[in-house]
Design a protein around this ligand. Structure first.
Ligand code: SAH
Ligand code: MG
Length: 252
């Protein structure tokens, strides 16, 4: 497997971002290819080119080797599997061998009760995800099936609960945080503030659904993204971003 870049493991600054179009030739790791296929076959809210960008961010985070990865907003596991594919691809880099253990793991956080727009009567509601016993939405079983079917259990740990609540007790330094949970103002800011503080220097903060034009989507992810840059703690990794998936790197 080719490394993401030619820098030494842990030296993320020397890593180059491959473009998604050059990726096909780079993902030679069989397991990563299979996981990308599984991600594409999983229902969800992540276009493929954004998923590939997410995959590349995960590869770089594992090469950084400063701790595990966290995803907020797992739903049926589509983004989970793009991230898992990135971990699989990165661990194929022989020189990263000694960094693997702590970093080659994704914690995937979701209460699996769905965001507002996924509840009955809303645009993104999927009736097949309603638990007949409680009448409430529950995507946990669907997420688990996706991960098990893709044979990604060893790369992913599911964390079921409110993301801000989990962030409060979290104490482990992270190489990557992917924010794609609730998009309401309070929830989005709580995720951004609660999780970004756990990022190691050089760690990646990835937002989904960042829309500069309000006609394209809600404001909170974009406002959090702007705040991160204005804080002076994050650099915009423009070449690593695709559409509404925006990648930032912790610099302070
Ligand atoms: N990344 C997914 C889509 C995520 S949709 C994909 O690739 O398809 C947003 C998810 O965030 C939903 O599954 C919802 O249950 C979860 N969510 C919303 N608010 C949350 C909260 N406060 N805590 C934990 N999960 C939350
Ligand atoms: Mg999203």
């Amino acid at each position: 497997m080719l490394p993401v870049g030619d820098g030494a493991p842990g030296d993320a600054s020397s890593l180059r971002w491959p473009t998604p179009s050059s990726l096909a030739g780079q993902v030679t790791c069989e397991r990563a290819v299979a996981l990308l296929g599984a991600a594409r076959a999983t229902q969800g809210f992540m276009p493929d080119d954004e998923g590939i960008a997410l995959h590349l961010a995960a590869r770089r985070a594992v090469a950084l080797g400063r701790g595990p990865l966290v995803e907020i907003g797992a739903y049926r596991g589509r983004s989970t599997l793009y991230l898992a594919a990135g971990i699989a691809a990165a661990t194929g880099v022989p020189s990263a061998a000694d960094l693997r253990h702590r970093s080659a793991l994704l914690y995937s956080v979701d209460h699996h009760r769905g965001s507002e727009e996924m509840q009955a009567g809303w645009a993104h509601h999927d009736p097949s995800l309603v638990d007949p016993e409680t009448g409430r939405m529950d995507s946990l079983q669907a997420w688990r099936s996706s991960v098990v079917r893709a044979e990604a259990d060893d790369l992913v740990v599911g964390v079921v609960g409110d993301s801000a609540r989990v962030a409060e007790d979290w104490a482990t330094e992270l190489s990557l945080v992917f924010v794609d949970g609730g998009h309401g103002r309070d929830v989005a800011w709580a995720d951004y503030r609660g999780w970004s503080r756990h990022l190691a220097p050089g760690g990646l903060l990835v937002f989904h659904d960042v829309f500069p034009d309000p006609r394209d989507g809600g404001r909170p992810p974009y406002e959090c993204f702007l705040d991160a840059i204005a804080s002076g703690s994050f650099a915009d990794e423009q070449p690593a971003s695709r559409h509404s998936l925006r990648v930032l790197r912790r610099i302070a």
